[in-house]
Design a protein around this ligand. Structure first.
Ligand SMILES: *Cc1c(COP(=O)(O)O)cnc(C)c1O
Length: 386
C-alpha cells in the first residue's frame, strides 16, 4: 500500500472492539457517514434506510441529548437547534404559512417577536401581541386565520404569568397550535403538556446546560404535531454541533441540585429585597405579592433563580450606574441560568398596556455563590443610591 493511501485508510480504525462505555457519550463529528453496502446507500436515497445517513441526519451525541430531553419533557419528539432563538424561529416557521395570523404574549423573548415583525411578516404571516397576563380574554384577539399562540410564562424580564390551561382550552377547540417557551421553569418545575400545550421550547443555553459555555435550543412536540415537526426539521437539515450536545447532556446531570440551590437563594434574596426600604416591587412569581401568584401555585412545582425588582424612586442613569458598577459579585452580561450571578437593567417598553412601562426593571440571575454574600453585595450597592 502506498503512503498516500495509508494516510487515508488508517485514520479510520474501522470497526474494532476498542470502544469503551463512557457515562457521557463520545462527541461524534462528521459529514459523511459510511454505508456497509451499496443497497443501504440506495435505500438512504429513497428515505428507507433505518440508520444515520449524513452529518445533518443527527449524529449519536445529538440523538442522545434529544432523547434525554424528550424523556424529561414527556414529549413524543424532541429536536435540538444551535440556539434558543433558532429553536423559536424553527418552531414558528414549521407551524405557519403565508396568510396565517399568530398571537404572541407581549412579555415573550424580544428577539422572537423581532423575528415575527421582520421575517415572518415578509413571508405573509401576521402577528398580534397579547397581554402578558392573558387568560380566557385571549379569545378577543383570535381571528379566522389565527393558527398559533406563542406563550412564555413567566416572561423573563417582567415575570407576568399567563393562565395556560384557560388558553390551551380555547386553542384546542379551534385547532390552534400552542407553543410555550419553558426556559424559566425548565422541565423540573413545569409540565406544559399536562396543561394542554402542544410544543415546548427551551433555551438549552440557560439552566439545562447550566455553565454559560453552551449555545443550544430545543423543541419538544406532542404526538399530534410530531410528524409535521420531524419532516420540517429534516428538510431544514439543521446542524447542532456535537460539542454543544455533549456539554448540554453533561450539564443536564446536575440540573436538579443546581436548580434547587438557585431556587432557595433566589427566594431568600427576593424576600430580602421585598423588605428593603428603597425597593418598590419584587417581580418573582413565588412571592404571594405577585399578581399571578395563584397561577404559579396551581401550575408550577418550583421557581428558578431569575427575577427582577423596581425601585420606589426613578433614579438618574448616572445614579443607577453607580449602584450597578459598585457591585462585585453581580456581573454584567446577557443571558442567564449559569453559575455566576448576573444583572441587567433597562426601562420597559411594551406594545400592550403594562404597569412597568417606562420603569427601570433590574433583573437578577442568582448564581451559585453563597446568598448571604450576594445580599451583602446588593446592600452595599443599593447604599450608593441614598
Ligand atoms: C435566552 C432566551 C432565549 C434564547 O436563547 P439563546 O440560546 O440565547 O438563543 C429564548 N427564550 C428565553 C426565555 C430566553 O431567556
Amino acid at each position: 500500500m502506498k503512503e498516500e493511501t495509508k494516510i487515508i485508510s488508517t485514520i479510520w480504525p474501522g470497526r474494532d472492539n476498542s470502544t469503551a462505555t463512557t457515562i457521557n457519550p463520545p462527541i461524534y463529528k462528521g459529514s459523511t457517514v459510511l454505508f456497509d453496502r451499496f443497497e443501504d446507500m440506495v435505500k438512504a436515497g429513497q428515505n428507507e434506510y433505518e440508520g444515520i445517513t449524513y452529518g445533518t441526519d443527527r449524529l449519536p451525541t445529538q440523538r442522545q441529548f434529544e432523547e434525554a430531553l424528550r424523556q424529561l419533557d414527556g414529549a413524543s419528539l424532541t429536536r435540538v437547534f444551535q440556539s434558543g432563538i433558532a429553536a423559536i424561529q424553527g418552531a414558528l416557521m414549521a407551524f405557519t404559512k403565508s396568510g396565517d395570523h399568530i398571537l404572541i404574549c407581549d412579555n415573550a423573548y424580544g428577539p422572537g417577536q423581532h423575528f415575527c415583525r421582520s421575517v415572518l411578516k415578509k413571508f405573509g404571516v401576521d402577528f398580534t401581541p397579547v397581554p402578558p397576563n392573558a387568560s380566557s380574554d385571549i379569545e378577543q384577539y383570535i381571528q379566522d386565520n389565527t393558527v398559533l399562540i406563542f406563550l412564555e410564562s413567566p416572561g423573563s424580564i417582567t415575570f407576568e404569568l399567563q393562565d395556560i390551561p384557560k388558553i390551551t382550552e380555547i386553542a384546542q377547540n379551534r385547532n390552534i397550535v400552542t407553543i410555550l417557551d419553558n426556559t424559566w421553569a425548565t422541565p423540573l418545575f413545569l409540565k406544559p403538556f399536562d396543561l394542554g400545550i402542544d410544543v415546548i421550547i427551551h433555551s438549552v443555553t440557560k439552566y439545562l446546560s447550566g455553565y454559560s459555555d453552551v449555545l443550544a435550543g430545543s423543541v419538544s412536540v406532542s404526538q399530534k404535531y410530531a410528524n409535521t415537526f420531524s419532516k420540517f426539521y429534516n428538510i431544514m437539515e439543521i446542524y447542532t454541533p456535537a460539542e454543544e450536545c455533549y456539554l448540554a447532556l453533561r450539564g443536564l446531570h446536575s440540573l436538579v441540585p443546581r436548580l434547587r440551590y438557585h431556587e432557595q437563594s433566589a427566594l431568600t434574596i427576593a424576600r430580602y429585597l421585598q423588605d428593603h426600604p428603597l425597593v418598590d416591587e419584587v417581580l418573582h412569581p413565588a412571592l404571594p405579592t405577585h399578581p399571578e401568584h395563584h397561577i404559579w401555585k396551581r401550575d408550577f412545582s418550583g421557581s428558578s433563580g431569575l427575577f427582577a425588582f423596581t425601585y420606589k424612586q426613578d433614579y438618574s442613569e448616572k445614579k443607577l450606574a453607580d449602584f450597578i458598577n459598585s457591585l462585585r459579585l453581580f456581573h454584567l452580561g446577557f443571558s442567564w441560568g449559569g453559575c455566576k450571578s448576573l444583572l441587567t437593567a433597562a426601562k420597559v417598553k411594551r406594545a400592550t398596556p403594562c404597569r412597568y412601562t417606562g420603569k427601570t426593571v433590574v433583573r437578577l440571575n442568582i448564581g451559585l455563590e453563597d446568598c448571604t454574600d450576594l445580599m451583602e453585595d446588593l446592600e452595599n450597592g443599593i447604599n450608593m443610591l441614598k
